[in-house]
Design a protein around this ligand. Structure first.
Ligand code: ADP
Length: 312
């Protein structure tokens, strides 16, 4: 059985009641965590592990219990006695538009590399998958970058498949150039690239113009890299899946009742990677991922309650 390690940050999520200003709900969320949850719900036999750090406080205890209740395997969730998890507040205005306030600069997850001695720590073998995103890179303590890239390169040499989604969030980066440089390192090692067109356009505005469909710009951009799978998420329009030998355009059933798109890309990534590990073909994995994302966006919040999550 194959295994997947997803590296990144899970945060405490607070929902604010707009009428009273009171905190109306609390849960846990974060891009790779969301992907891990959906992957495990869909493919319970896949050993799914987060590589992250949390604190030793009571909220971190609750977070770890939630990981376990979702079936995640947690040998790589490290406890940092000096730090706490990051936190964010979701506010909804009168039009239903959501906005977010974050407190994550000193989060334990930023320092996760202090717990990683080398690729042995992750205990992955050839054929397993290591997944991270542009958010994982953005939050990583800068002085740990060299150690991180050396870890990723070692994993790659051992035959572990490297998967990457851009998830570019401008406010997490000091400059666009810094993000572009870090992302280029990821493109050079990635076997599986899962970019969203919107993220790409924000990341490379000078490459995008009216002369070419954005999705073609994305295909052209990644031509110089040695990926084995390129999956381009284009919102409700379609998904393009490519390998060096084949290419498929997969239709998306547009959802009319969109409630919250927060976790569209994350749930897509989890379902897609799980399906590929489980041996599904590229088109089948993509179709499943699109239907899962289409379901997730009809519910509020990043993680759909288990009872409400349709079986696929
Ligand atoms: P990302 O969040 O990574 O930028 P997208 O916004 O393209 O990615 O959304 C991820 C996936 O969610 C899409 O590939 C699609 O399958 C699904 N999706 C997004 N918006 C819609 C929609 N309005 N109707 C149906 N499916 C959607």
């Amino acid at each position: 059985m194959n295994k997947i390690v997803l590296m990144g940050e899970c945060m405490i999520e607070l929902l604010q009641n707009k009428q009273t200003g009171q905190i109306a709900g609390q849960s846990f969320a974060g891009d790779v965590y969301n992907s891990a949850v959906y992957l495990k719900r869909l493919f319970p036999n896949i050993d799914t592990q987060l590589l992250t750090a949390i604190g030793t406080d009571s909220m971190s205890d609750a977070m770890l219990s939630t990981f376990s209740s979702e079936g995640l395997n947690n040998p790589l969730v490290f406890r940092d006695a000096e730090r706490l998890p990051g936190i964010y507040l979701v506010q909804t205005d009168d039009q239903g538009e959501r906005s977010f306030l974050y407190w994550r600069e000193s989060a334990a997850a930023r320092q996760v590399m202090q717990f990683v001695d080398g690729s042995e720590t992750l205990n992955l073998s050839a054929g397993d998958v290591f997944f991270f995103t542009g958010i994982s890179l953005a939050i990583l303590e800068k002085s740990h970058r060299e150690k991180f890239w050396s870890l990723v390169n070692d994993l790659k040499q051992q035959g572990v498949k490297i998967a990457f989604d851009l998830n570019y969030r401008a406010r997490l980066w000091s400059t666009l150039e810094d993000a572009q440089q870090q992302f280029a390192n990821a493109y050079r090692v990635a076997d599986i690239l899962i970019p969203g067109v919107d993220d790409f356009q924000q990341m490379y505005p000078s490459l995008c113009n009216d002369a070419m469909e954005p999705v073609h710009t994305v295909i052209e951009f990644f031509q110089e890299y040695e990926y084995t799978e390129l999956v381009i998420k284009n919102g409700e329009k379609n998904i393009i899946v490519m390998t060096p030998d084949e290419s498929h355009e997969i239709d998306v059933q547009p959802v009319t009742n969109v409630v919250d798109t927060t976790s569209a890309g994350d749930s897509f990534n989890g379902a897609y990677l799980g399906a590929r590990i489980a041996g599904k073909s590229l088109p089948d994995a993509t179709r499943l991922a699109a239907s899962v994302a289409g379901e997730v966006i009809q519910h509020p919040g990043a993680i759909v309650p288990k009872e409400a999550f349709k079986s696929f």
